[in-house]
Design a protein around this ligand. Structure first.
Ligand SMILES: [Zn+2]
Length: 133
């Protein structure tokens, strides 16, 4: 059995919204799970990867005024729980808007953004964030 290298799996899941769907009951999970919590043993080898559209609506949100040191330039920022149109709830940052523009039920979509630059190496990390539609 060939195992996909860990770094590849992690980067893929960082750049794309990939969840897993249980082919036994049809439930979709994000983050991906190896075993369906509903079907358990019956879901072994029946979890298939499925990419989410990244579209959804704001389920709840928080405006954060105290940034971690590395995020100081971005304060205040908005962390929201997004209810994706496929179903799973995803936590992410909403960017490119005024906190006053965000409402429960606002339509959003995911976008790939620079998260941070690694100190001396200069390696830029990317991740998904959300913007208002
Ligand atoms: Zn299941």
């Amino acid at each position: 059995m060939s195992e996909v290298p860990r770094f590849w799996r992690e980067s893929k899941h960082r750049y794309r919204l990939v969840g897993t769907r249980c082919e036994n009951c049809g439930n979709l999970y994000f983050p991906p799970r190896d075993i369906c919590p509903t079907c358990r043993r019956e879901s072994i080898n029946k979890m298939k990867e499925e990419e989410l559209s990244g579209e959804g609506e704001v389920y709840s949100y928080t405006v954060v005024h105290d940034g971690l040191e590395q995020f100081k330039m971005q304060v205040p920022y908005i962390i929201a729980i997004i209810k994706t149109k496929e179903g799973p709830l995803i936590t992410g940052q909403i960017v490119d808007c005024n906190p006053d523009d965000v409402k429960i039920g606002s339509q959003v979509k995911s976008t790939l953004r620079k998260v941070r630059t690694e100190g001396k190496s200069g390696i830029i990390q990317y991740g998904y964030k959300f913007i208002l539609k």
